[in-house]
Design a protein around this ligand. Structure first.
Ligand SMILES: Nc1ncnc2c1ncn2[C@@H]1O[C@H](COP(=O)(O)OP(=O)(O)OP(=O)(O)O)[C@@H](O)[C@H]1O
Ligand SMILES: [Mg+2]
Length: 280
C-alpha cells in the first residue's frame, strides 16, 4: 500500500524542468540570469537547484560560496563520479547550488578518453535521489565537453542574448549543436526561449537583432527542430548596474537591491517561465 502511494505521488508530480543557460559567446548574461532567475523562482517557493558548470565559478561566487564550504564540486561529480546531490550547498529554504571550482577547467582534457564522457552529469544526477522543481545549469562560454554534459541532461535551453553588433555571430553553431545533441543523445531537448539581456530599448540594433531572430524562428515553426517552438521572451532584462554589483556582495538581486529594475525584470521573467509549467 505504502509503495503504491509513493508511486502514485511520483506520477502526479510535475516533471522537473532542467534548463541549460547556453550561449558560447562570453559575457551575454548566462550567469546573471542563472543566479537571479533561480533566486526569483525560489522567492516563488519553487524548489531550485543551480548547477555551476563553468570553471570561472562566477555563479558560485555570486552566492558567496567559498572554498571551505565546498565539500564536493561539480569537477568531482564529473571526474570522480560522485552523486550530484552531494555537491549541494544551501542558500535559503528553496535554493541549493552545486558549486564549481577552477579545476573544472581540467575536465575537458582529463575526460577526453572516457567513453560516454558527455553523459557524465546525466548519470551522476539521479533525479530519484533529490527533488527540485527547477534545475538551472550555468554553462561556460564554449561548445566543449562541459556544455555537452549540460545539454545531454537538460530538457530545455534558454539562450541569453545581448543585442549588439556581432550578437548573432556564432548563433548558427549554437543551433547546430542543439540539433546534434537532440538527434544523437537527448531527444527531449528543446529551446524554450531566447532572452534579451542588457537590453537598451533605444538602441537601433536591438530591433534589428530581434527581427532577425524572429524571422529565423518563424521559418522553423512546425518542423521537428529543438527551436521549432522557441519564443523570444516578452520580458527583456534591462541594463541595470545593480545586477553587476550584486555578485561582489555574494547576494542575489533580491537581497542586494530588491527595488531595482533588475529585481523587477527577473521577477517578471520568473512569472513568464512559470506560466510555461503546464506545457509538457
Ligand atoms: N542586465 C544587466 N545589466 C548590467 N550588467 C549586467 C547585466 N547582465 C549582466 N551584466 C554584467 O555583465 C557581465 C557579464 O554577465 P554574465 O557574467 O552574466 O555573462 P556570462 O554570459 O555568464 O559570461 P561568461 O560567458 O563569461 O560566463 C557581468 O559583469 C555582469 O554583472
Ligand atoms: Mg558566466
Amino acid at each position: 500500500m505504502a509503495r503504491f502511494l509513493v508511486l502514485a505521488v511520483q506520477f502526479t508530480l510535475p516533471p522537473m524542468r532542467i534548463i541549460a543557460l547556453f550561449n558560447q559567446k562570453g559575457g551575454v548574461g548566462k550567469t546573471t540570469t542563472t543566479a537571479n532567475l533561480g533566486a526569483a523562482l525560489a522567492e516563488s517557493r519553487r524548489n531550485v537547484v543551480l548547477v555551476d558548470l563553468d570553471p570561472q565559478a562566477n555563479l558560485t561566487t555570486h552566492f558567496g560560496v567559498d572554498p571551505p564550504e565546498i565539500a564536493v564540486s561539480t569537477y568531482r561529480v564529473l571526474a570522480d563520479g560522485l552523486p550530484l546531490e552531494e555537491a549541494f550547498v544551501a542558500r535559503g529554504e528553496y535554493l541549493r547550488i552545486a558549486p564549481s571550482t577552477t579545476d573544472l577547467a581540467a575536465a575537458e582534457v582529463e575526460l577526453v578518453s572516457v567513453v560516454g564522457r558527455e553523459l557524465l552529469l546525466r548519470r551522476m544526477a539521479d533525479v530519484r535521489k533529490f527533488s527540485a522543481d527547477y534545475v538551472l545549469i550555468d554553462c561556460p562560454p564554449s561548445l566543449g565537453l562541459l556544455t555537452l554534459n549540460a545539454l545531454a541532461w537538460a530538457n530545455e535551453v534558454i539562450i541569453p542574448l545581448q543585442a549588439h553588433f556581432l550578437a548573432l555571430q556564432g548563433m548558427a553553431k549554437l543551433f547546430e549543436t542543439c540539433h546534434l545533441v537532440r538527434k544523437q543523445i537527448n531527444p527531449r531537448l528543446r529551446i524554450s526561449g531566447i532572452l534579451l539581456c542588457q537590453y537598451e530599448q533605444q538602441a537601433r540594433l536591438t530591433g534589428e537583432v530581434t527581427d532577425e531572430v524572429e524571422k529565423f524562428l518563424e521559418a522553423s515553426r512546425g518542423k521537428n527542430e529543438p527551436w521549432s517552438e522557441a519564443v523570444i521572451f516578452e520580458t527583456h532584462v534591462r541594463r541595470n548596474i545593480k545586477l553587476a554589483e550584486a555578485p561582489s556582495f555574494g547576494q542575489s538581486i533580491f537581497q542586494y537591491a530588491p527595488h531595482s529594475a533588475g529585481a523587477a525584470d527577473y521577477s517578471v521573467l520568473a512569472e513568464e517561465i512559470m506560466k510555461m509549467e503546464k506545457k509538457p
